[in-house]
Design a protein around this ligand. Structure first.
Ligand code: ZN
Length: 204
């Protein structure tokens, strides 16, 4: 699998994943990285099929228009997302680029339209739901602590320890991790009841 993590003009990460045989590719969160993404896609002669938004916050979608104008790609977002999209997706949906599968995991909490993407059961793109050593904030409009609890503990932590974690921002001590390592070291993922988690998240 072709894979790049890109971070240029801010702490926002963008990602390119591609199937090396068919050259079909997807971008996860264009953010402020459209120029670099475009350069790599052209250099590698990739066929950009999807630009997938982990959620609608503008720091993640900022490069969409530029990317779409350069390539015949479709914008993908959660079905109820207010961000502009061509392909609405729901929990459990699977997109394909060549032989690679991209499974949608609906993970509200940071926003109502947050999704994580599980690629070939191996790489997890977590947007602003889970960071390395942190989780996403729930105090912005559309945020919901109970939904975040269910997304983290009911969905993401159910994945295997070997699954690699690629977050939407460079907030951690390193740019990526694994579910197993986060389970052990991320203080937001310590075992807590729902009420304990809500109390924890509401601390200043
Ligand atoms: Zn966000």
């Amino acid at each position: 699998m072709f894979f790049r993590q890109i971070q240029q003009h801010s702490d926002n990460f963008s990602y390119i994943i591609a199937d090396e045989d068919s050259k079909e590719a997807a971008v996860v969160d264009s953010s402020y990285n459209a120029d670099e993404l475009t350069k790599i896609i052209k250099q590698e002669k990739l066929k950009l099929k999807y630009v997938i938004n982990t959620h609608g916050h503008s720091d993640h979608t900022a490069g969409n228009t530029e990317l779409i104008s350069d390539f015949a790609a479709k914008l993908v977002a959660y079905k109820q997302s207010k961000t502009l999209h061509d392909i609405p997706v729901d929990d459990g949906d699977v997109l394909r680029i060549g032989k690679i599968s991209i499974r949608i995991i609906y993970t509200p909490g940071h926003t109502v339209d947050s999704i994580c993407l599980l690629v070939d059961d191996q790489k997890l793109f977590t947007g602003d739901t889970l960071f390395i050593g942190e989780c996403g904030r729930t105090d912005l409009p559309g945020g919901n602590g109970k939904a975040m609890y269910e997304s983290l503990f009911g969905k993401l932590l159910k994945l295997g320890d070997a699954v690699e974690v690629y977050p939407g921002h460079d907030y951690g001590v390193k740019p990526s991790s694994t579910i197993g390592e986060q389970r052990k070291t991320n203080y937001t993922l310590k075992p807590r009841s729902l009420q304990e988690f809500l109390d924890f998240m509401s601390q200043p």
